[in-house]
Write a protein that binds this ligand. Structure first.
Ligand code: ZN
Length: 153
């Protein structure tokens, strides 16, 4: 990764951690989950509106509350932007790609990942992978609807 790209990515992460999108909960939420990354102290609470049934059910609205490091909060912010309006199936595919990205497999089409691509640099810091993926694991739990708090441990 070039230094320029790295700087750009860091700027986006800082922007999202300072000015998080979709902070607070939209009305009519029917799914929620809590996530915790004890290694770093990151906490995320997600609430969303799931419409429809099965794999084609889609997330029509989502919001979060959280505290923790810049990476975890920026990951939650960019994730909520990226998945709004998407089906469970699409979200699952996106999560797989995001997970590949933060674990160092970025021989994929970064442009189609949009802002999620800014987490490519995280793969160089194994401790941070859990920070970046916490919101995604929390989302999986919310979509599964089992209501159990998730932890990265
Ligand atoms: Zn963290």
């Amino acid at each position: 990764m070039s230094d320029e790209l790295r700087e750009l990515y860091q700027e986006v992460i800082l922007d999202h951690s300072k000015n998080p999108r979709n902070k607070g909960f939209p009305p009519g939420c029917n799914r929620s989950a809590d996530g915790h990354n004890p290694l770093c102290g990151d906490k995320i609470k997600l609430k969303l509106v799931l419409e429809g049934a099965g794999e084609r059910a889609n997330v029509s609205a989502i919001g979060f509350e959280g505290s923790g490091c810049a990476i975890s909060q920026a990951a939650a912010s960019t994730m909520t932007e990226a998945i709004k309006g998407k089906s469970k199936e699409e979200i699952h595919q996106l999560f797989t790609r995001f997970h590949d990205l933060v674990t160092g497999h970025y021989e994929q089409d970064l442009e189609s990942l949009g802002k999620l691509a800014v987490f490519a640099g995280v793969s160089e810091f194994p401790m941070r992978v859990k920070c970046a993926s916490l919101p995604w694991h929390t989302l999986q739990a919310a979509l599964a609807g089992d209501g159990e708090p998730v932890t990265t441990e």
